[in-house]
Design a protein around this ligand. Structure first.
Ligand SMILES: [Zn+2]
Ligand SMILES: [Zn+2]
Length: 431
């Protein structure tokens, strides 16, 4: 044994061994980058809408099969779930990527831009990975390859979850994380922790953003049907005007957040996005439909809004002789990052992920169905910047824009971040 070998052997015995392990992992990951980029371009060119990710799922499954992983397909319609079992005792770490694209016509000039078209709600639309889920899938395919190839150094299991329909299932269908859980994903695999990431235009390429505790909002849609009594516009006293009642409702609902919620706890948003009623100037209609969205960062405040909104609507309408029936369509819960896990993960990623920087994102009023997983096991969901150097992220076309653009230099940072978190949790779960 020479001096160098002795040093290596000693290092392996020290608790700090994970430092050298993580360096070896980073080196290994670097060799996968070209492949990850190739996968991402293929996926980008072949986007599929929510619950229709069949070709995407087949592409993913083929790769996982080649890696020799145990595989289940058709989970929650098109989901693919694979298990990497090290054969040694240890925790089960779940890693999740969402697979669906959006009904958006791509306007980015790329050789692999999407030209896919499909029918959505009876209309012909373009399909584009405008939220960057192509990057999520390619990154997780790379992570699966990396961790499989270093199986000997792992303790426990890794659960790879390729999830359909994060953007929401088509009308009348179930889907996404919620359906995966309903089908028994966690009963079957019992993960101990869950990690996921989302690419974002709001951060420069290679920068990781995270927030401990509540991080992303709950999102619920509501519909208020206001009913009055139809009459001629010249004789309003003969009927009950649902348009004026709607105006009352919209104004009164502004006091829900400002007067009824304890906003020192967390912010909340109630917005109307659509009003429909009436056909011409001199007919007071008998119906108006108001549609809006509710965002909160606290499940108690969310429940309060669900309770008060129908009361405010009904009472405001009643004062004008109209009625209002409110339906709240419960959507995604608050995405809460486990405080202990995220407070460990932030500095850990800063040290080991090859990121440019790890920053605190603050609250984000967007929603994410990773929240369903994080309600059941400690989870960390973080952001990966994709806006090219020299461009101001505040003005870069955002996720869901037809001009959304990913600087692929972010991809290896994503692979590194997920593999490093997983390796650390598997080999030292008390971190
Ligand atoms: Zn999205
Ligand atoms: Zn997304």
């Amino acid at each position: 044994m020479n001096k160098g070998m002795l040093a290596t052997a000693l290092l392996a015995l020290l608790p700090a061994a994970h430092a050298s392990e993580s360096d070896a992992l980073a080196k290994h990951n670097a060799s996968l980058t070209a492949q990850v980029v190739e996968w991402r371009r293929h996926l980008h060119q072949h986007p599929e809408l929510s619950n229709r990710e069949t070709a995407t799922a087949a592409y993913v499954a083929e790769h996982l099969r080649q890696l020799g992983l145990q595989l289940t397909t058709g989970v929650a319609h098109t989901g693919v779930v694979a298990l990497l079992d090290s054969g040694k005792p240890g925790p089960t770490v779940m890693l999740r990527a969402d697979m669906d694209a959006l009904p958006v016509t791509e306007q980015v000039d790329l050789p692999f831009a999407s030209t896919t078209k499909t029918t959505f709600r009876g209309q012909e639309v373009g399909v584009m990975h405008a939220c960057g889920h192509d990057a999520h899938v390619a990154i997780l395919m790379g992570v699966a390859q990396s961790l499989t190839q270093m199986k000997q150094q792992l303790n426990g299991k890794v659960l790879f979850v390729f999830q359909p329909a994060e953007e929401g299932a088509p009308e009348g269908e179930e889907g996404g994380a919620e359906l995966m859980l309903k089908e028994g994903l966690f009963q079957r695999y019992q993960p101990d922790v869950a990690f996921g990431l989302h690419v974002t235009s709001a951060l420069p390429v290679g920068v990781i953003g995270m927030k401990s505790g509540p991080a992303m909002a709950s999102a619920d849609r509501f519909v208020i049907n206001v009913s009055g009594e139809q009459t001629h516009g010249s004789r309003p006293w003969n009927g009950a005007d649902p348009i004026v009642a709607s105006a009352n409702i919209i104004n009164a609902v502004q006091t829900l957040v400002s007067r009824q919620l304890d906003i020192t706890k967390a912010p909340a948003v109630v917005s109307f996005g659509s009003i429909h009623g009436g056909v011409r100037s001199n007919i007071i209609p008998d119906q108006v439909e108001l549609v809006g969205t509710i965002r909160t960062f606290d499940e108690g405040m969310r429940a309060q809004i669900h309770q008060h909104l129908p009361e405010i609507a009904a009472n405001s309408a009643a004062s004008l002789g109209a009625t209002a029936a409110t339906t709240v369509e419960v959507g995604y819960p608050v995405t809460v990052n486990d405080p202990q896990l995220s407070q460990w993960a932030m500095p850990y990623l800063a040290q080991h992920s090859s990121s440019e920087a790890v920053v605190n994102t603050g609250l984000i009023t967007g929603a994410e169905d990773f929240s369903f997983f994080a309600q059941q096991v400690p989870g960390v969901y973080f952001f990966l910047g994709v806006t090219p150097q020299g461009q101001d992220p505040r003005h870069a076309p955002s996720n869901h824009s037809p001009k959304f653009y990913i600087d692929e230099a972010a991809l290896p940072v994503g692979v590194n971040a997920l593999t490093q978190l997983t390796l650390a949790q598997m080999n030292n779960p008390k971190l």
